[in-house]
Write a protein that binds this ligand. Structure first.
Ligand SMILES: Nc1ncnc2c1ncn2[C@@H]1O[C@H](COP(=O)(O)OP(=O)(O)OP(=O)(O)O)[C@@H](O)[C@H]1O
Length: 229
């Protein structure tokens, strides 16, 4: 589903590569944690998957497409297949839960009838049934992140990328967020999550890829977080 073949990325202002000859294969339906110290290249990996950045060397292949050969006008189509969740939720403050999730479908032109059917299903999947009418400021951080996950997943993407999704959430609430991501993964969606949350990684026992200064230094099935960063 995601294939990096000897990928090097050097940002124009930097001497050291953010990613340095990285080869990673993530299969359909996998759940992968990306760990490593701050600046090790985790976000750069996610940005390359989305074609927000281009590699200087090597190949990036996502959902069967060689991104170097994907013309710019096809990039939005690629991104529709990839849901994204961030540390800071990024909800629309003037829209309620239903409207925030529905908006992701409205912008890609889905009919209202379809939206009315699927949004409540996904709101329930993330555990927010009964809260569809709440505004973001009437929700806890954990609930806001559930809305963000619902919005990322409502179009049934093949891949879900999560960049520190539990970074702003207390440990007990984070467990609930991980249950939602696990549920989404069980529907067949490939999940890649960059994180510094050792307790979460250790409790899930999923594949762990560790980056250090742009290099893959560990790739472990049913792995643990490793050393403290
Ligand atoms: N837009 C940019 N321009 C220049 N350098 C950048 C840019 N984005 C990232 N970098 C550099 O590339 C390296 C990798 O950064 P990246 O954001 O991928 O790390 P990270 O592992 O996601 O870190 P964190 O855990 O803090 O989010 C760092 O040295 C960083 O300073």
């Amino acid at each position: 589903m995601i294939h990096f073949d000897n990928v090097t990325k050097v940002y124009p202002t930097q001497k050291r590569p953010a990613l340095d000859g990285v080869s990673i294969d993530v299969d359909k339906g996998e759940f992968v944690f990306l760990v490593g110290p701050s600046g090790s290249g985790k976000s750069t990996f996610l940005r390359l998957v989305l074609k927000e950045e281009k590699p200087d060397k090597g190949r990036v292949n996502v959902a069967g497409k060689d991104l170097a050969r994907l013309s710019n006008w096809k990039v939005p189509h690629l991104r529709r297949r990839i849901g994204c969740v961030f540390q800071d939720f990024r909800l629309l403050p003037n829209k309620n839960v239903f409207e925030n999730v529905a908006f992701a479908l409205e912008v890609i032109g889905k009919p209202r009838r379809f939206i009315r059917k699927v949004v409540p299903e996904v709101v329930e999947l993330v555990g927010l049934e009964g809260k569809a009418g709440r505004m973001p400021n009437e929700l806890s951080g954990g609930e806001q992140q559930r809305v963000a996950i619902a919005r990322a997943f409502v179009n049934r993407p093949q891949i879900l990328l999560a960049d520190e999704p539990t970074g702003n959430i207390d440990p007990a609430t984070s467990i609930g967020i991980m249950k939602v991501l696990d549920r989404i993964n069980r529907t067949g969606t490939t999940v890649v999550m960059a994180t510094h949350d050792a307790a979460i990684v250790d409790s899930m026992r999923k594949r762990v890829i560790e980056l250090e200064e742009g290099l893959v230094v560990r790739d472990q099935t049913r792995g643990v977080y490793g050393q403290a960063y």
